[in-house]
Design a protein around this ligand. Structure first.
Ligand SMILES: Cc1cc2nc3c(=O)[nH]c(=O)nc-3n(C[C@H](O)[C@H](O)[C@H](O)COP(=O)(O)OP(=O)(O)OC[C@H]3O[C@@H](n4cnc5c(N)ncnc54)[C@H](O)[C@@H]3O)c2cc1C
Length: 374
């Protein structure tokens, strides 16, 4: 059985960015295992979806492109676009991986993880077995949608299962969810000429005391919504807490809210209600400690509290009030994990000089954000 120092599972932005960081450690034997292809989740985005965080080549002036997974690269330069499509972003990840000759095995799903009593992990994969001293889980959320957020959820179509809004039959449609994916669905359907009723609990574009883009609608989507204001094809229903979807005798669907209202629609309602808590980390759910809200409890170096040697990177990482659900947020944790692993393997950590959290820009370092709320 082959044995390595570190395995990263998943080749999305978290896995590729983490691998770029590990690649700086001389003498480290590591690899990335990906069940499909590099950037698979982005390839699966609806064709019309764009990154909401803008890309801009600010790197030479000390501010890395917001969507870069390696501080020397820029998706804006790569794609010549400010808001990349999923495919463009997947191609960017692929180009970063190729240029750095990262050791990646595609088509290699990790099926089972068995921690060893003396440390390390046995991995059972589609391409055979492997032993690793450290394991970094980077399986994201997109491929793990919550298909049943309420009874009857399975009667709906989830945002994550739409390849292209253009191939949907003519509306009207009901879209459930008032954050990025719900709004993206509604905006794209209206643009294609469908009548849309969007059911939201609250207006995430109108939260005056909130600034974190993990909780409020991005400026990009707000601007797109603003353009729709005078479009009578979009109706937004507020205070709509959906509790159930049922099917009528004529096969149409009925969407019920907690306050007793309901709406009928011929086409399957569309869920923009999010992903399973913990996302792909649920594949090895017994190796993590979970809090009462369904989030994973991590050490300050993003290691599992339950299983030493197992680390998490990606949008599921949370520390206190901080939610690392965007690329520009979770990339700040790569160096921290790489340093931990290098130190425990007693490898040279000199490479970290001049790197670390601060490499992402003056406001991107954790010392700055530890004490202040910038
Ligand atoms: C519509 C939408 C728009 C978004 N826009 C933005 C944005 O503008 N800016 C931003 O910063 N973020 C954005 N996000 C969030 C961002 O996409 C995620 O935070 C990011 O994709 C997470 O990266 P990841 O590498 O953790 O996960 P993923 O990109 O999902 O990668 C995980 C990889 O793991 C692989 N995998 C899973 N299980 C296994 C297994 N058992 N074995 C092997 N491989 C496995 C998968 O195939 C996949 O390739 C958006 C999300 C959505 C849904």
């Amino acid at each position: 059985m082959r044995s390595v120092d570190v395995v990263i599972v998943g080749a999305g932005p978290a896995g590729i960015g983490m691998a770029m960081e590990l690649g700086k450690i001389p003498g480290l034997d590591f690899g990335v295992l990906e069940s499909n292809r590099i950037g698979e989740s982005f390839v699966r985005w609806p064709a019309q979806t764009r990154l909401i965080t803008p890309s801009f080549h600010s790197n030479p002036f000390g501010l890395a492109d917001l969507n870069a997974v390696d501080a020397a690269t820029s998706p804006a330069i790569f794609a010549g676009a400010e808001h990349l499509s999923g495919r463009q972003y997947a191609e960017y990840l692929e180009s970063v991986a190729q240029a750095a000759q990262l050791p990646i095995a595609c088509g290699c799903k990790v099926l089972n993880v068995e921690p060893h009593v003396d440390g390390g992990f046995y991995l059972n994969t589609e391409l055979g077995e492997l032993f690793t001293r450290f394991l970094i889980w980077a399986c994201g959320e997109y491929q793990f949608p919550d298909l049943s957020p309420f009874p009857g959820g399975q009667l709906c179509q989830h945002y994550a299962h739409i390849e292209d809004w253009q191939i949907l039959e003519s509306g009207p449609y009901i879209v459930i969810g008032g954050y990025e994916s719900g709004l993206d669905a509604a905006i794209n359907l209206v643009k294609l000429g469908h009548q849309v009723r969007l059911l939201v609990r609250r207006a995430t574009w109108d939260l005056p005391n909130e600034t974190d883009p993990s909780l409020v609608l991005s400026p990009y989507t707000r601007a797109r919504l603003h353009e729709m204001e005078s479009n009578d094809k979009l109706e937004i229903v507020y205070d709509a807490s959906v509790i159930e979807v049922t099917q009528n005798a004529d096969h149409s669907f009925r969407v019920h809210t907690a306050d007793g209202r309901h709406w009928d629609v011929e086409q399957q309602p569309i869920l923009g209600t999010g992903f399973l808590k913990g996302g792909g980390a649920r594949q090895i759910k017994d190796l993590w400690m979970w809090d009462d809200d369904g989030h994973i409890v991590l050490s300050e170096v993003d290691e599992s509290i339950m299983t030493p040697g197992l680390f998490l990177v990606g949008p599921q990482v949370r520390h206190d009030q901080r939610i690392y659900c965007f690329i520009y947020k979770f990339r700040q944790r790569f160096a921290r994990i790489a340093l931990q692993i290098a130190q425990r393997l007693q490898l040279d950590t000199e490479w970290l000089e001049g790197a670390g959290d601060g490499v992402w820009g003056p406001f991107g370092n954790s010392e700055c954000c530890e004490g202040c709320e910038c």
